[in-house]
Design a protein. Structure first.
Length: 561
């Protein structure tokens, strides 16, 4: 058992490197440094204001004064750090748990899960392979890539790159957030401003009444409750937006739209399903609405609203309506002082001075609700051909919207597969160097353990299987390991056989011959890239033939997904 305690003196920085096992660093009020481990570190030296501790293959416990800066590099196990001045992390193979740091937390490559809490400055980390949780961060959280899920609670502001899984964001004091991509669902609150480029799943933003929100493409549903200004690109699912003080601008929506309470202008692209637009105080601009429409707005003087509706439309007039309505309707028209049961109608109505304009093309029926009497009205029903044509157009709108919803949902799922590493992550823990360095692979809630020697044997078996005619074996194993972000070990050459020697001689002879172009259809099948299904079949065949164990094959099949 190694134990050493020395006066801190002028030591302000402790650097720990090449640690194979777990590490715990705790700050304390003593002006001494205490080191405990089963074995003596190979390097333990004091240079100027820095203490170097390196090459320890057993778990290490370190106590340092609160004001010490700690740097941890190349640690194979889990790391826990409490109450130091500043922390630097890089090349950590296990999980990281950090609490009560007076300064910044800086990180490079962190292979496991990361939990940070009570950081009194900022957090800046390059790459986290697992999940990450950041609680009570006084400064900015900057994360370049998190392959798993991310939760940030009570941070000043956030700058995030690629988040592979779900992302939950709650900022304190109305902070600002900028995010490149979220592979899964995104939930945010307490924002002053937000810019998100892509979200693969659903998006929910709430409790951000003063926020300016800019969201690009969303694969799933969108819900925003409370904001200053809203700008959204496209959403593949349904859309629910409420209580926006200023303008709201949205692109194409694949599903239904429910909007209630817009203080400014409302701009909408095409809507695949039904639309309920209520409490709109400014003008309205929209593309095609595939389903039914419910509209209740202030219709301010000078505004013009034009809407194409594939289904039925219900318009609720304000109490003192000052509006001119022109509508072409494929079905019937109902309202105060006007009624027509015939299909195919055109109507012109003027309420008050007609200072605002509402133009409608409705494939189904139109109902105008309100106590106001139109000052003038006119209608005609001499265009029944339009009724049938526009009703068909409405069905086309709705079909187009549903197709958009399916297509954008597919794009969202594809994006989640590309960036959604929360479903698949690998961890590397090394206990010592060489072929027996341990590899821990976790996919979903399942875990496999290997060493480099075993992985090399899998590669060798795949190479043998490919040489013996199992199409896709080598490609399948390489693709699986690539998905796990694991480097492929170097493979030995295939074993010597007379046939292989003859084939090699023949290949050398062919290389001397002039090249002859070969049409793609005439190319040998063995030279074509295998499909995913062929790769799966190759792995199953390798299991059946005993080349790899069922456990190894199970891991490879999961990784291929």
């Amino acid at each position: 058992m190694f134990q050493q305690q020395l006066p801190a003196g002028d030591i302000r920085h402790v650097v720990l490197t090449q640690l194979d096992d777990n590490l715990v660093v705790r700050g304390w009020s003593e002006q001494t440094i205490r080191v405990e481990s089963e074995n003596t570190p190979a390097i333990f030296q004091h240079e100027g204001d820095t203490l170097h501790i390196a090459q320890c293959d057993e778990a290490l416990l370190l106590h340092v004064p609160f004001e010490t800066m700690v740097s941890i590099r190349e640690a194979g196990g889990d790391v826990r750090v409490d109450e130091v001045r500043q922390l630097e992390l890089s090349d950590i193979g296990g999980d990281v748990h950090v609490e009560r740091i007076n300064g910044d937390v800086l990180g490079g490559e962190l292979a496991g899960d990361v939990a940070l809490s009570d950081i009194r400055a900022g957090v800046h980390i390059e790459h986290i392979t697992g999940n990450a949780v950041c609680n009570t961060i006084a400064g900015s959280v900057e994360l370049r890539e998190v392959e798993g899920d991310l939760a940030i609670h009570d941070a000043g502001q956030a700058t995030l790159g690629h988040i592979g899984g779900d992302c939950e964001l709650r900022l304190s004091d109305n902070g600002a957030a900028t995010i490149e991509n979220v592979g899964g669902d995104f939930v945010a609150s307490g924002l002053a401003s937000l810019e998100v480029h892509n979200v693969g799943g659903d998006t929910v933003i709430r409790e951000s009444a003063n926020a300016v929100l800019a969201v690009g493409n969303i694969g799933g549903d969108l819900q925003i409750i409370g904001a200053q200004v809203v700008r959204v690109g496209n959403s593949g699912g349904d859309c629910d937006i409420r209580d926006v003080r200023g303008d709201a601008m949205l692109g194409h929506i694949g599903g239904d739209v429910n909007i209630n309470g817009i203080g400014g202008m409302l701009h909408l692209g095409n809507i695949g399903g039904d639309a309920s637009l209520r409490g709109v105080q400014g003008s309205i601009e929209a593309g095609n609405i595939g389903g039914d429409l419910t509209l209740q707005a202030d219709f301010p003087a000078g505004s013009t609203t034009r809407l194409n509706v594939g289904g039925d439309a219900v318009v609720m007039l304000p109490e003192a309506a000052n509006l001119a309505v022109r509508a072409q309707v494929g079905g019937s028209i109902k309202g105060r002082s006007l009624s027509s049961a015939a299909r195919g109608n055109s109507v012109a109505l003027v309420y008050g001075e007609g200072a605002a304009t509402l133009e409608l093309m409705v494939g189904g029926d139109l109902v105008v609700k309100g106590n106001a009497e139109p000052r003038s009205s006119s209608s005609s029903s001499a265009w029944s051909d339009f009724a049938a044509g526009f009703a068909g157009m409405g069905r086309d709108f709705e079909r187009m919207g549903r197709e958009f919803e399916r297509e954008f949902g597919r794009m969202g799922r594809q994006f989640e597969r590309e960036f959604g590493h929360s479903r698949m992550k690998s961890k590397m823990k090394e206990k010592g160097k060489g072929p027996h360095a341990q590899v821990r692979v976790r996919i979903n809630d399942r875990e496999w353990r290997f060493d480099q020697e075993r992985l090399s044997r899998i590669i060798e078996q795949a190479q043998r299987a490919a040489a013996e005619g199992v199409q896709g074996a080598m490609e399948a194993v390489e693709q699986a390991l690539s998905n796990l972000k694991m480097s492929v070990p170097p493979t030995p050459p295939p074993p010597f056989t007379p046939d292989a020697n003859a084939a090699s001689a023949q290949a050398q002879q062919e290389r001397k011959a002039p090249e002859v172009p070969v049409a793609p259809d005439d190319a040998p099948k063995a030279q074509r890239m295998p499909t995913t299904e062929q790769e799966r079949e190759a792995i199953l065949r390798m299991i059946a033939e005993g080349r790899i164990s069922p456990e190894e094959g199970d891991m490879l099949l999961e990784a291929l997904e």
